[in-house]
Design a protein around this ligand. Structure first.
Ligand code: UT7
Length: 325
């Protein structure tokens, strides 16, 4: 058994169809829905998002991200002994997107399962993979966040449809004697189910209820800014570190105002915060690994640095992972 799990490779993928705010506003206007680049930028910080083609699923996006992460780690798919996919937009009701991805990767036999914690999904998945590695159940895990949120948006609801995008991010997490993941802190409070949900479900061959995203944006905003710095401080406290030790904050990319508020509470300059939501929108469980890989490939975030990853989303769920890259 190894004392640590460590990220040894990252990858990500965005589907090619990019819509700027102006492109989206023009499409929405054709359906009688009014919005503007100015409103979206001022209220959210988002400037563009990517939408997958209708026949492309979360596993397809995850496959490209996973292959990149494997290549970065110098591994083949068959070297992996655990696959966890964080998604709220699975390819099918069942089996899991992780099993579908496993087959597409050509890896067979290792455990594969999905984690469903909406926008906190990657933080949950990374924590589960870390625990399985540290207890000796796995040595080389593929942890993927992949989403096609465009499938569950109501394009008549301007308060939600301008916020989200599609994409995937992945990491390879390996057993290591060197420090990697140092601490994590996970939470959920199911009493807030109704403020962010897709209430529809399949029953008797039909979809019952509304199969599109519903959100009380103000309630989500308030909770997010209240809990994110607490989770970060809790993770830091577990290993005797403080916020000023953090080299990079890599937050869930939902709203620049939430990100700025959390950075302020942690007394961190925005120069130390990775922001990709301007180009990606909110890609839910994919947003943190997408931001991480973007920053790694840009040469911003480097081996040895201390990273604080943190997420918040439907459930209500939230959490943080502190790691040394
Ligand atoms: O991944 C985690 C999940 N999501 C989040 O973290 C989202 C959290 N919430 C938010 O980011 C913000 O609450 C929103 C961006 C969703 C909304 O921002 P807000 O500052 O809370 O705006 P609001 O809902 O108070 O709306 C202000 C105005 C309203 O008009 P009136 O009532 O003042 O006349 C809205 O109808 O803006 C209007 N509005 C829009 N206008 C143009 C709402 N959406 C749009 C839009 N374009 N897309």
């Amino acid at each position: 058994m190894s004392p640590y799990s460590r990220i040894t490779g990252t990858g990500s993928y965005l589907p090619p169809r990019r819509l700027s705010n102006a492109d989206l506003a023009a499409e929405l206007a054709a359906g009688g829905v009014e919005t503007s680049d100015q409103w979206i930028v001022e209220r959210t910080g988002i400037r563009a998002r990517h939408f997958a083609a209708p026949d492309v699923c979360s596993s397809d996006l995850g496959l490209v991200a996973a292959r990149q992460a494997l290549q970065a780690a110098g591994l083949q798919a068959q070297d992996i002994d655990l696959i966890i996919v964080a998604t709220s937009t699975p390819d099918m009701v069942f089996p899991s997107t992780a099993c579908i991805l496993q087959n597409k990767l050509g890896a067979h036999g290792c455990p594969a399962f999905d984690v469903q914690a909406v926008c906190s999904g990657f933080i949950y998945a990374l924590t589960v993979a870390d625990a399985l590695i540290r207890t000796g159940s796995a040595r080389r895990a593929l942890v993927v966040g992949a989403e096609v949120f465009s499938r569950i948006l109501d394009f008549k609801d301007r308060t939600t449809c301008v916020l989200f995008g599609d994409g995937a991010g992945a990491v390879v997490l390996e057993a290591s004697d060197r420090p990697g993941i140092l601490a994590s802190d996970l939470h959920a409070d199911g009493k807030h189910v109704g403020i962010l949900c897709v209430p529809g479900h399949v029953s008797g061959g039909n979809v019952l209820g509304d199969p599109v995203l519903k959100m009380d944006g103000k309630a989500v905003f308030k909770l997010a800014v209240a809990v994110l710095d607490e989770a970060a401080h809790a993770a830091l406290a577990k290993v005797g570190k403080v916020a000023s030790d953090i080299d990079w904050l890599i937050p869930h990319q939902a709203n620049i105002r939430i990100i700025q508020s959390t950075a302020k509470k942690l007394k961190m300059s925005m120069d130390k915060v990775i922001v990709t939501l301007d180009q990606h929108g909110n890609t839910s469980a994919a947003s943190i690994p997408l931001a991480l890989d973007t920053a790694v490939r840009a040469g911003k975030v480097k081996a040895g640095e201390l990273l604080m990853l943190e997420g918040v989303g439907g459930g209500f769920t939230w959490g943080a992972v502190l790691l040394q890259l």
